[in-house]
Design a protein around this ligand. Structure first.
Ligand code: NAP
Length: 339
């Protein structure tokens, strides 16, 4: 069989995460050719292109016109995703966009619809779903813990510097969109799509973004997921599946380093057993999966629909939290004399 040529990718913005994880993985991948790097900062575009490959490009608009580009990778602040995802699709490019794909369900639905209509791949960059430990957990779920009763998942990170995009409401900051989407995505992974938000609470920080949250989800058959997330917390990245006969716990669930063996345990009949699994590079796997999606855009349609469902769930969490906040406000309204 003739080897396929690498997918030519243009990078939109020299984001910290892109430089630390995605560009090294793309530069190492035989499936990807870094063709162009765009930045608002010309010197940074030059430096990053010299380091990882491709030509420096002065701004994002010009990147969309760069010759012979197949795809665009978008690691911009969350609030800018929708505009540039749609513009990249309209320019005929396949798109790999950072999570969350956009900040609102309506925008994500529109992006998914446009990608499908144009026969282009649109992929939301959740790395953890590419780690084989979760496929193994799915099998353990069937074989080891009886009937699934409940799930819980937590993702929380320590405080970021004051100038971080996560503190900026205008850039789509906040814990729900930055870290909350991970436990929500994990709940989809194990409980499926179409989950209902039973209740949610978000706590606002001083800059006006939410800095932590708790969510209760329910599946149609009554199985619930309790999720927590935050960005002012001791680092925690785990989930647990609790069944009628046992419990599976996964630590470092969302961000296991490529050289670290997974930490998966099964608790059953009073004994705790570690499950031996090899280390895996979920970032390299995500890059390979994106190249495969570009070569066969139909193969990523189900995942794009899951992204649309995740965005709907995220909107529902916001609405449930706003409802909760209204109750709290009503409860603390001072009573008048004699009230
Ligand atoms: N998948 C994952 O595991 C993962 C992990 C971390 C973050 N992320 C996602 O990656 C994205 C970027 O996060 P990050 O922490 O890497 O952010 P960051 O370092 O602040 O980078 C954002 C980039 O966006 C560009 N930009 C354009 N307009 C901007 C504006 N008004 N203010 C600030 N930057 C602007 C800048 O690139 P130029 O100046 O070069 O144009 C900047 O470097 C977010 O969507 C985040 O959710 C994903």
């Amino acid at each position: 069989m003739r080897p396929q040529r690498p997918v030519r990718v243009g990078v939109m913005g020299c984001a910290e995460f892109a430089l630390r994880r995605m560009l090294p993985a793309m530069a190492d991948s035989p499936d990807i050719e870094l063709a162009a790097v765009a930045s608002r900062r010309p010197a940074t575009a030059r430096e990053v292109a010299a380091r990882f490959g491709g030509s420096p490009v002065r701004d994002y608009e010009r990147l969309l016109d760069f010759p012979d580009l197949d795809a665009v990778y978008i690691p911009l602040p969350n609030a800018l995703h929708a505009e540039w995802v749609l513009r990249a699709l309209d320019a005929g490019h396949h798109v790999l966009a950072e999570k969350p794909l956009t900040t609102r369900a309506g925008l994500t639905r529109e992006a998914v619809r446009r990608a499908e209509g144009r026969g282009l791949a649109l992929v939301e960059n959740f790395l953890f779903v590419h780690h084989p430990q979760h496929a193994r957990v799915r099998r353990l779920l069937q074989d080891e813990i009886g009937e699934l009763r409940q799930m819980s998942a937590v993702f929380a990170i320590p405080p970021r510097p004051a100038d971080d995009i996560r503190h900026r409401p205008d850039l789509g900051g906040g814990a729900l969109l930055d870290v909350g989407v991970y436990p929500l995505r994990a709940a989809q992974h194990f409980l499926g799509t179409g989950l209902t938000v039973v209740g949610a609470a978000l706590r606002q920080g001083p800059t006006g973004v939410d800095v932590e949250g708790s969510v209760l989800l329910r599946r149609a058959d009554g199985v619930c997921a309790q999720l927590s997330f935050g960005m002012e917390h001791a680092y925690t990245s785990r989930y647990e599946l609790w069944g009628s006969a046992g419990r599976i716990t996964v630590n470092r669930a969302f961000t296991p380093p490529a050289d670290q063996r997974p930490d998966v345990t099964v608790e059953r009949d009073g004994a705790v057993r570690g499950i031996a699994l090899p280390a895996a590079d979920q970032c390299a796997a995500a890059v390979a999966a994106f190249a495969a999606a570009v070569r066969d855009p139909e193969s990523c349609r189900a995942a794009a629909q899951r992204s649309a469902d995740l965005a709907r769930l995220t909107d529902d969490v916001r609405a449930a939290a706003a409802e909760d906040a209204r109750h709290i406000t009503a409860a603390v309204v001072p009573q008048g004399p004699g009230g």
